[in-house]
Design a protein around this ligand. Sequence first.
Ligand SMILES: [Zn+2]
Length: 93
Amino acid sequence: MQTVRQQMTALLSQQVCSARDLSQRLSIQEKEVYSHLSHISRSVVSRRQRLVIVPSRCLACGYVFKERKRLTRPSRCPRCRGERIEEPKYQVV
Ligand SMILES: [Zn+2]
C-alpha cells in the first residue's frame, strides 16, 4: 500500500498536475496537497529529480509569475491587479 505522498510523486512523474487535480485524484484537501508538495520537492532530490513548478498566469493580461517560489496560487496580479489567476501546475522530472 503506497502512502499518499508516494502516490502523489508517482502521479507527478507521469503528468503535469495542479493542486486541484491532485486533491481530486488522491481525495485529500488542497491545503494538504501543498504540504505534501513541499516534502516531495525535498525528497526527490536524493533521486536526482526535482519538482518543477509551471508558473501561474494572469488570465486578464497574461502576466506570468515566473519568479514566484511559493507553491500556492497567487491571489492578485501585480501588473493589472486582476484576481483571475490560473493555478500553478507541478511535475516531477
Ligand atoms: Zn494581470
